[in-house]
Ligand binder design. Structure first.
Ligand code: SF4
Length: 295
C-alpha cells in the first residue's frame, strides 16, 4: 500500500517551501538542495496538490505530483515505523532547520521582514476568521454531516458484520449469476469514499470560506480564486459521497431512511455551496481539469 504523504506547505507569495509531517511516524530528512531540485523538475504540475483530495492511493496523477515524489523519496526502502525515538527527534530537528532556512530565503526573495511580523495580531485575526468561518451555514452543515456519518457507522457495526457473513456465504455457495465478491468490493469502495471525505468536506469548506474573507479585501476580480478551488474540491467530495451513499443504500435496506437522510443533507449542502461559490464548478484545478500546464 502506498504511504500517504502528510505535508503542510508554507507559502510566502509565490515561493513555496515544505514542512513535512507524517501521521504517526517521521520521514527521513531531505537536504535543502534535494528539495530545491525537485521543486524545479518540469515533470511536476505546479500546485497540483493545492486542489486535490490528498487521496494519493487513488490519485491518477501521482507521477506529476512533487508532493508524492517527495514522500516516496523519503520512504524509499525504509521501515520508518521502526526508527528509534532518538533518531525520530534528531531528524525532526534537521527537518526544522532546513525548513527555517528555506523560509528565510523565501522571505528575503519576497522582501518580507519576518522579525517585523506582529504574531499576536496575526493570531487574533486568525482566531476571528476561524470563528466566522465556523459559523457560516456551509461549514455548519458540513460539520453536521461529518457527525451524522460518524454516528451512522457507529450504529451499523452489527449490520456490517451480518453483511460480511452474507457475502461470505454467497462466495461459498457460488450462486449462479451472483457476484458476492464484486458486491463486497463495491461496498468496500463506497465505505472508503464516505469515510475519506466526510471530514474533508468540512475542512475544504472552512478553507474556502476563510479564503473568501481574505479575497474580499483584494480587488483582483479577474483572477481565479483559491476559495473557488477549495469549494470545488468540497463539491467533488460531496458528489462522490452521494454516489457512495447510493451504493450503500443498495445493501442496507433496513437503514434506508438513514442513508436517504444523508443523501438529502448532502444535496442541500451541495446546492448551498453552489450558491455561495457560483464559480467553483468552473475553477480549473492544475492537472485535474487541464492536462498539463508544463508541457
Ligand atoms: S495530487 Fe495526487 S499524489 Fe499529489 S498529493 Fe494530491 S492526491 Fe496525492
Amino acid at each position: 500500500m502506498t504511504k500517504r504523504p502528510w505535508f503542510q506547505w508554507v507559502s510566502l507569495g509565490h515561493s513555496v517551501i515544505e514542512v513535512q509531517y507524517s501521521k504517526g511516524h517521521l520521514l527521513d530528512t531531505m537536504k535543502k538542495e534535494d528539495v530545491k531540485k525537485l521543486v524545479g523538475n518540469p515533470k511536476f504540475i505546479s500546485g497540483i496538490y493545492n486542489y486535490c483530495d490528498r487521496w494519493c492511493e487513488r490519485c491518477p496523477l501521482t507521477s506529476r505530483c512533487m508532493n508524492f515524489a517527495l514522500a516516496n523519496e523519503q520512504f524509499a526502502g525504509q521501515e520508518t515505523r521502526d526508527i528509534s525515538n532518538e533518531m525520530f527527534w534528531q531528524k525532526l530537528a534537521e527537518t526544522f532547520q532546513v525548513t527555517l532556512d528555506l523560509l528565510k530565503e523565501a522571505a528575503e526573495r519576497e522582501g518580507i521582514d519576518l522579525a517585523s511580523l506582529d504574531i499576536e495580531e496575526v493570531v487574533e485575526e486568525e482566531r476571528l476568521n476561524r470563528e466566522l468561518a465556523e459559523n457560516h451555514q456551509c461549514c455548519r452543515a458540513a460539520k453536521v454531516y461529518a457527525e451524522m456519518v460518524d454516528n451512522w457507522f457507529d450504529s451499523v457495526r452489527d449490520l456490517f458484520e451480518e453483511k460480511e457473513d452474507e457475502l461470505n456465504s454467497g462466495v461459498r455457495i457460488d450462486l449462479p449469476k451472483a457476484d458476492p465478491a464484486g458486491i463486497a468490493a463495491s461496498f468496500e469502495d463506497a465505505v472508503q469514499v464516505i469515510l475519506w471525505y466526510h471530514h474533508q468536506i468540512h475542512i475544504k469548506l472552512m478553507r474556502a470560506i476563510r479564503g473568501r474573507m481574505e479575497e474580499e479585501l483584494d480587488l483582483l476580480e479577474e483572477f481565479s480564486k483559491d476559495s473557488d478551488g477549495s469549494a470545488k474540491v468540497a463539491l467533488i467530495a460531496i458528489d462522490r459521497s452521494m454516489a457512495a451513499w447510493g451504493e450503500i443504500r443498495n445493501h442496507f435496506v433496513v437503514r434506508e431512511h438513514v442513508s436517504r437522510d444523508m443523501l438529502g443533507h448532502l444535496d442541500r449542502l451541495r446546492r448551498m455551496v453552489g450558491k455561495v461559490f457560483p464559480a467553483a464548478r468552473s475553477f480549473i484545478r492544475p492537472g485535474f481539469d487541464k492536462i498539463d500546464l508544463n508541457s
